[in-house]
Design a protein around this ligand. Structure first.
Ligand code: DHE
Length: 503
């Protein structure tokens, strides 16, 4: 069994300075250090050596929320659907999994804190505004640019969305996750990393201009529609953090709890029509709306019938459609009244923002993949009735479309058909094509150009590629080599909240 240098040091230090232990003590100490070593061997690379989270979430009692040790053991052995968490049943025994699960529920030796003081101390201004020009240093349609996140080597590429040529490639923080957000004029893009770093990149000057660490384990960020405020959702600490979007200076922290307990924040989004941020909670049945057009940033708390792990909004941000990962049904919450107005027969969503909506002759429809099976639910948003369940080749992660396209694109992220993408007609609701950009290689996450004419797909592999398709003929136009490209984001679509695209 491999011991990390720090663990070896800790073990040696302990044995050198403690008084002789009884046989029973030494047996239990050995078991504890075996479990710690198991953790370092199998878990630390993704979840951090001190369990603070990295590629995977933090694994501390305060961040495990609704999970119990028995469920944690199951996840360790069999993986977790619709996440990057693999199954370890081929590498460790049931007994080891049980010990590991118990270990995760032990408090850390030193409780991890990330205070307002830590936040302030982490703030870096790389380039003050006064030192930079106001004109882009390159020539391209500024509204048809893409940011492509390359998760393989933690970089991002700024791409010209007309010529399909990279303009600039730059290093990002480790393990970015979630959609970056553009300022309304498209000049700045804001990124969040899983370990709490928020970065502001100046697209005109091709420079990361400011950074700040707002937490230890972060979910995502939202930018107010007026471009003034950044709100960040955290798992650890359990809070929301408000920043000034101009160079990320910290303004306010909102600890999250009800009367009984604290809660991780599932995610936060901007509702542009409501001048508010909407945050869903993971461990309490509440939804928070925080107004950003009032100086005190007042919080309205809405009680929900179930937890909200995954959710998205209708086009005018009047309704939130959400589900808990353990539940068998979805809920529709009217943000105006705060009431749950419908329950959907929806066996779980695979991911935040996995659903989309679009207009048809029969009114607005929405579609979301299912969490654990190859199927899509199509729901009429006038009366929330189920229109159709469409079988697919496996559970997908993202559905995407564009007002300028007659089709919806859905990936098959998991299982033997992870290399496939379905293209669905918005009117007939039938699959009209199934593409396999590179047999055996994961193809996922589609985003459209500003006009909806081209669809960009990730070949989600270390030696991967960004593949551009003609969104009407479905023929490949070009492919650019990239390092495990994950999400890609178009400035116009995101700043104009184009229906069906990444918001
Ligand atoms: Fe994501 C967005 C949560 C696993 C790739 N995902 C988001 C957002 C949240 C979220 C909160 C933010 C939405 C926003 O701001 O627009 N993701 C979760 C999970 O809870 C889940 C299931 C488990 C976890 O690990 O946290 C999860 N996500 C994944 C992955 O395994 C993916 C495929 C690979 C990865 O990078 O971790 C993944 N998530 C993405 C992408 C987006 C995203 C590419 C942006 C989508 C967009 O089009 O806007």
């Amino acid at each position: 069994m491999k011991l990390s240098p720090s663990l070896l040091f800790a073990t040696l230090t302990l044995s050198a300075f403690t008084t002789p232990a009884s046989a029973a003590d030494s047996t239990s100490n050995n078991a504890a250090s075996d479990t710690e070593a198991l953790y370092q061997t199998h878990c630390a690379a993704c979840h951090h050596p001190q369990r603070l989270g990295g590629l995977g979430p933090a694994l501390l009692p305060e961040s495990l929320g609704r999970i119990r040790p028995k469920q944690a053991q199951e996840v360790i052995l069999h993986g977790r659907a619709a996440t990057q968490m693999p199954a370890f049943a081929d590498r460790i025994t049931d007994n080891q999994a049980s010990q590991l699960a118990a270990y995760l529920f032990q408090p850390a030796a030193v409780t991890p804190q990330w205070t307002d003081e830590d936040i302030r101390a982490s703030h870096i201004i790389h380039f003050p505004k006064s030192g930079l020009g106001d004109k882009p240093v390159f020539d391209a349609d500024l509204m048809n640019l893409f940011i492509v996140v390359e998760s393989g080597d933690h970089h991002a590429t700024l791409l010209d969305g007309d010529a399909f040529k990279p303009i600039h490639r730059f290093k990002t923080r480790y393990a970015l996750h979630g959609g970056p957000k553009f300022s309304p004029d498209g000049r700045y893009v804001y990124f969040a990393s899983r370990d709490g770093w928020i970065s502001q990149f100046d697209i005109y000057n091709l420079k990361t201009v400011a950074e700040i660490r707002v937490g230890l384990n972060t979910r995502n960020l939202a930018l107010s529609a007026d471009g003034k405020w950044v709100m960040v959702a955290n798992y650890l600490p359990q809070n929301l953090v408000l920043l000034n979007a101009d160079r990320l200076s910290p303004l306010k922290t909102f600890p999250v709890s009800n009367r009984e307990q604290g809660s991780r924040v599932s995610a936060v989004y901007t509702a542009p029509q409501r001048n508010s941020f909407i945050a869903a909670m993971k461990d309490i049945r509440e939804l928070w709306e925080i107004r950003y057009d009032q100086p005190a940033f007042p919080v309205r708390k809405i009680t929900t019938e179930d937890y909200l792990d995954d959710f998205f909004f209708d086009q005018d941000y009047r309704h939130l459609i959400g589900a808990s990962r353990s539940g068998e049904s979805g809920q529709v919450i009217d943000l105006e009244s705060g009431a749950t107005i419908a329950t959907l027969n929806l066996p779980g969503m695979p991911h935040l923002g996995s659903g989309i909506s679009w207009e048809t002759e029969q009114g607005p429809l929405m579609m979301t993949p299912h969490l654990k099976e190859g199927a899509l639910s199509i729901i009429n948003m006038k009366d929330w009735s189920l229109v159709k369940t469409l079988p697919t080749l496996g559970p997908g992660f993202f559905t995407r479309s564009h007002d300028g396209s007659p089709y919806i694109w859905v990936d098959v992220f998991f299982g033997p058909n992870k290399d496939k993408l379905h293209v669905i007609d918005k009117e007939t609701l039938e699959i009209i094509a199934t593409l396999a950009p590179e047999p055996g290689k994961t193809a996922a996450h589609v985003e459209f150009t500003k006009d909806g004419r081209f669809a960009l797909v990730s070949l989600w592999e270390d030696n991967g590629a960004l593949i551009v398709y003609d969104a009407l003929t479905l023929k490949e136009v070009t492919r650019l080599p990239m390092s495990k490209p994950s999400g890609k984001y178009n400035v116009y679509n995101k700043t104009h909240y184009v229906r069906g695209t990444s918001h």
